[in-house]
Design a protein around this ligand. Structure first.
Ligand code: UDP
Ligand code: MG
Length: 320
C-alpha cells in the first residue's frame, strides 16, 4: 500500500517565543510516524505566517532552510486564524493525501496525531481532535468556551463539542471544501457539512508554552456570533416567534385597556406606558441589530473579496 503524505498545517501569528520549541515537536512527530511506517517520507510541516509583526516569518524561513521537512508561506497581512489556516490547507491539498491542522502554541497534544493517522488508515476522511477535559484552562475560559458550544448547538449549528481546529482532513475532503466559497469562515462548523466518514479522538489540552492567547473574550464572542450567523438562521426565527408572542400579549393588553376604559376605570397609567415603550424599543433594537448582522454578512459575501493573499513561499508552487 502507498503510504499517505501528511502535511501538518500550522497558522502562526506573533509566535516567536513558542515556534523554536514547538517546531521541533512537529518535526519529531513526523519522524516518529514515518519511522512507524504510517506516513510517507514526503510528509511536511507547513507553517503559515499570518502577517506577524515579530520575527515569526524569519524563524519559519530559517527552519525551512535548515530542515527540508519544514516549509512556510506568508500572507500579505494579518487575516485571522481561520483564513490563515484555510490558506495553508488549500496550498497543502494539491501536494498531500492528508492534512492535520494544529495551533503552534503546543496546547494541543500532538500525540493524538498517531491515533488520527490510524483512524485515517482505517478509512475515515475527517478525524476531529476533541478535548477530553479543560483542567488547564482558567475557570473563566472553560465556562465561556463550553457555553459557546452549548449556545452553538442550541442555535442549530452542527459542531463537534469541545473540538477546536485540531483535526485531520484528507485532501479529498479539502478538494470538495474548496467549493465552499464563503468569506465568513468558521471551519469547525463547515467541515462537517462536507460529509464523508468521520470520527473523533480525545486528548488533554495543555497550557500555552509561552506567549499569550490571541482569543480574548471579545474575539471569542465575535467568533461565536460569526459561527452562529454563518451556519444558522435560527436567530431570525427566534425573533419572529418572539414578535408573534409579544403581539399576542399586546393584543390582549389592548382589549383589556379598552374594556377598562369603557368601564370608566382609566388610571393615569404613566408607569405602565413607559415600561411598555422601553421594553418594546429594546426588543426592536435587538431585532434590528440581529437582522442587520445577517445583512452585513450578505454584504460581505456579495463582494467576494479574496480570503487571503499569499505574499511569499519558501517552496516552489510546482509539486516537489
Ligand atoms: N493565529 C493566527 N492569526 C491570528 C490569531 C491567531 O494565525 O490572527 C494563530 C496562533 O498563532 C495560534 C492559533 O492561531 O497558532 C490559535 O491562537 P491562540 O493560541 O492565540 O488561541 P487559543 O488557543 O487561546 O484559543
Ligand atoms: Mg492556543
Amino acid at each position: 500500500m502507498k503510504l499517505p503524505v501528511l502535511y501538518i498545517v500550522i497558522p502562526c501569528y506573533n509566535e516567536q517565543e513558542v515556534l523554536p520549541v514547538t517546531s521541533k515537536m512537529f518535526t519529531d512527530k513526523l519522524s516518529e510516524l514515518e519511522g512507524a511506517g504510517k506516513i510517507s517520507p514526503l510528509s511536511r510541516v507547513m507553517f503559515v505566517n499570518d502577517g506577524s509583526k515579530d520575527k515569526t516569518w524569519d524563524i519559519i524561513k530559517d527552519l525551512a532552510e535548515k530542515d527540508s521537512r519544514c516549509m512556510g508561506l506568508s500572507l500579505s497581512r494579518n487575516r485571522g486564524h481561520q483564513n490563515a489556516l484555510l490558506s495553508g490547507l488549500m496550498e497543502a491539498k494539491e501536494r498531500c493525501d492528508i492534512t492535520i491542522s494544529i495551533d503552534c502554541d503546543g496546547q494541543d497534544d500532538i500525540n493524538a496525531m498517531n491515533e488520527m493517522v490510524d483512524e485515517y488508515l482505517n478509512g475515515c476522511e475527517v478525524v476531529y481532535g476533541v478535548r477530553s477535559s479543560r483542567k488547564t484552562d482558567t475557570f473563566f475560559k472553560r465556562t465561556t468556551a463550553e457555553g459557546f458550544y452549548k449556545l452553538m448547538s442550541f442555535m442549530g449549528c452542527e459542531v463537534v463539542f469541545n473540538h477546536a481546529d485540531y483535526r485531520l482532513v484528507s485532501s479529498r475532503v479539502l478538494k470538495e471544501f474548496a467549493n465552499f466559497r464563503e468569506v465568513n469562515l468558521f471551519l469547525r462548523g463547515l467541515i462537517p457539512l462536507v460529509g464523508f466518514k468521520s470520527t473523533s479522538v480525545y486528548y488533554e489540552r495543555h497550557e500555552r508554552l509561552a506567549g499569550e492567547s490571541h482569543y480574548p473574550l471579545k474575539k471569542m464572542l465575535a467568533l461565536a456570533f460569526d459561527g452562529i450567523t454563518s451556519l444558522s438562521i435560527k436567530p431570525i426565527r427566534i425573533i419572529s416567534s418572539f414578535g408573534v408572542f409579544v403581539s399576542l400579549v399586546s393584543f390582549i393588553g389592548v382589549i383589556w385597556s379598552v374594556v377598562q376604559a369603557f368601564m370608566g376605570n382609566t388610571v393615569a397609567g404613566w408607569a405602565s406606558t413607559v415600561s411598555i415603550v422601553c421594553f418594546l424599543s429594546g426588543i426592536q433594537l435587538i431585532s434590528t441589530g440581529v437582522i442587520g448582522e445577517y445583512i452585513g454578512k450578505i454584504y460581505m459575501e456579495t463582494k467576494a473579496r479574496p480570503r487571503y493573499i499569499i505574499g511569499e513561499r519558501t517552496y516552489d508552487t510546482e509539486a516537489d
